[in-house]
Design a protein around this ligand. Sequence first.
Ligand code: KIV
Ligand code: NA
Length: 264
Amino acid sequence: TKKTTISTLLKMKQQNQKITALTAYDASFAKLFDEQGVDMMLIGDSLGMVLQGSDDTLSVTIDEIAYHTRAVRKGTQRAFVVADMPFMSYATVEQSYTNAAALMAAGASMVKVEGGDWLIDTIRGLNLRGVPVCGHLGLTPQSVHVIGGFKVQGRDDLQAEQLMEQALALVQAGIQMLVLECVPTALASKISQAVAIPVIGIGAGSGTDGQILVMHDMFGISANYMPKFSKNYLEQTGDIREAVKAYIEEVQSGAFPSEQHSFN
Ligand code: KIV
Ligand code: NA
C-alpha cells in the first residue's frame, strides 16, 4: 500500500479528482475507512461534540486530540492523517509549536488551525519547523461565541471578499490545505479555483476539491442535531462499509453535495 501524502492530494486537485475525507477518532473506524479508500482522515475537535456530548468544541484538550490521533494512526495504512489543534492550543506562536509537536509525535501528518491572518506567523513558523498546516475558514466552531451561533459565513459581498482575502493570506503564509465550512457554493468554488492547494469543503457545495463529513453525521448517529449539509449514508445502505463506499462514490462523481446539502 502506497501512503497518501500531501503531494498525492495536490496531484488529485490538479487532475480534477475529488478528495474524500472523513473524521475518525479510533483505530477500528480508521481501518475501515482506510480499507474502503477514504483519502484523508481528520481527528477533529468535533470529538468534543460527537464523542463527549458537549454543545461545542471548546473544552477539547491537546491530550485528548493526541490520544485519538495515536489510535487513528494505528488503524491507518494509506490515508493522510490530519489532527485538529484545539481551542487555545495555538493562542501564541510558542504554544502552537509545543502543541503541534505533540500531535505530530502522536502520528499526525498535518495539523489544522481555525482562523485568518492572525495565524500568519504561526503557520510560517510551524512550516519552517517541519509541521505542515491546514487552514480552516468560514464557520470556525472554536469562535462560535464570537460569531453568535453555528451560521453560514460569507453570505454578503463584503464578507465574501474578506473570506477570499483571508484564504489568499493563509496560502501566502504556507498552508498546504484549506477546509471551508458552511460557505455558499459559489464562493467556495471561487476560492478553490483561486488557490493551488487542495480545498476541502463541508457545507461548502460541490465546487471544492474534496469533501469532509463528521463520521457520526455520515452514519446519522450523532448525539447532536444533524446539520443540513450532512447526509445519512447508513440509512440508504443499511451497512457501515457500504455507507462509506456510497459516500466515496458520491463525492467522486460529484453527486454529493447536491443543492439540498449546500448553501446559496
Ligand atoms: O472538527 C471537525 O470535525 C472539523 C471538520 C468538520 C472539518 O473540523
Ligand atoms: Na474541527
